[in-house]
Design a protein around this ligand. Structure first.
Ligand code: MTE
Length: 329
């Protein structure tokens, strides 16, 4: 087994290599081309496969279309200089059970998902419940890029430059009250648009966080990746990105958010409670009953690498001090 060096986490570091450099050039050009691209939508999955990076409208284009002041703060590399996984892999090896259980199925079939108009309803234990349109989000929150590691409980991982904004300030707008101990998230459930929804799992797809986890600065809402609109198969138009937790916590295509006093039910925990806990923090010392969590395979690489506690994000450790991570997996 080839053991790769474990890079320390270095915020503010940029990965300046290969396709990523091209992407930056593209983003620099965007300022000039945003208006021209403003009406283009999210490309179909097949289109995304063929396209060179600058083809589809990006969140920047959408912001321009909405008349918003777009600023992409491109400075947070939380993957410690690890090379981003190629766009093609990130967008063609997916888990999105509403479109099938095969890894290549979401890219083939998620083009039936209509991501405009789209709104997110926020309610429950809060003083300012409301509904927010997806394009208004772009006006409210300047997009920021974060390069994060993403680790699936199945043992594969990727590094992705996501475009989005921090979850905490978004939630704070709805003024959670003192009974808000948890936050629950749900995905659109529409059998017409999502041909496989209704099979295999309890629906709609639901996830949840403790409120302090949701408010942690690493918790992120993504609207794009690689400077482009989030492809449908990756959870357009809005998904959670929680780099220290197994990928199944990062719920896609969110339509509902609720502040709750009790821990909310979550899809994978409901379907197999012995296998999937509420916390789902990446932890090489606690195996899944069917898969060791000690190592992982980065998509595109042959050999496995060691998995790091909290996926290499030690800044979240204080959220769990005093918690038995074996019992609360
Ligand atoms: N969200 C919904 N609505 N449906 C899903 O099937 N799969 C989860 C998560 N979010 C899933 C979901 C799982 S198991 C993983 S590993 C990640 O999405 C995969 O994200 P990616 O396809 O963008 O890599």
């Amino acid at each position: 087994m080839r053991v790769r060096p474990q890079h320390p986490i270095q915020p503010s570091e940029i990965t300046p290599e290969g396709v990523y450099r091209d992407r930056r050039r593209f983003l620099a050009q965007l300022g000039m081309t945003a208006i021209g691209l403003a009406t283009a939508g999210c490309g179909k999955a097949g289109d995304a496969a063929k396209a060179a990076l600058p083809a589809a409208a990006s969140p920047a284009d959408q912001a321009a279309a909405a008349g918003a002041d777009f600023k992409l703060d491109r400075k947070t590399d939380m993957a410690g200089k690890e090379a981003p996984t190629p766009y093609q892999d990130v967008t063609h090896y997916n888990n999105y059970y509403e479109f099938g259980t095969g890894k290549d199925e979401p890219a083939q079939y998620a083009n039936t998902l209509k991501t405009r108009p789209w709104s997110v309803a926020v309610g429950g234990e809060c003083d300012a419940p409301g509904q927010v349109g997806i394009d208004d989000l772009l006006k409210l929150f300047p997009l920021e890029e974060r390069v994060y590691r993403h680790r699936c409980v199945e043992g594969w991982s990727i590094v992705v430059p996501w475009d989005g904004f921090a979850l905490g300030p978004f939630l704070a707008r709805f003024k959670p009250n003192s009974r808000a101990k948890y936050v629950s998230f749900s995905t659109l459930y529409d059998a017409k648009q999502m041909p496989q929804a209704g099979r295999v799992l309890p629906w709609p797809y639901r996830e949840g966080l403790r409120i302090d986890e949701a408010m942690h600065p690493l918790a992120f809402l993504s609207m794009g990746l690689y400077g482009r609109n989030l492809p449908n198969q990756n959870g357009a138009p809005l998904r959670l990105t929680l780099p220290w937790k197994y990928g199944f916590k990062s719920i896609k295509s969110i339509v509902g958010i609720e502040f709750t006093e009790q821990a909310p039910q979550t899809t994978w925990n409901l379907s197999a409670p012995d296998e999937y806990g509420f916390y789902a923090n990446v932890n090489p010392n606690v195996d899944h009953p069917r898969w060791s969590q000690k190592t992982e395979r980065r998509l595109g690489e042959l050999f496995k690498r060691p998995t790091l506690l909290f996926n290499g994000y030690p800044e979240v450790a204080s959220l769990y001090s005093g918690l038995d991570l074996r019992a609360f997996y």
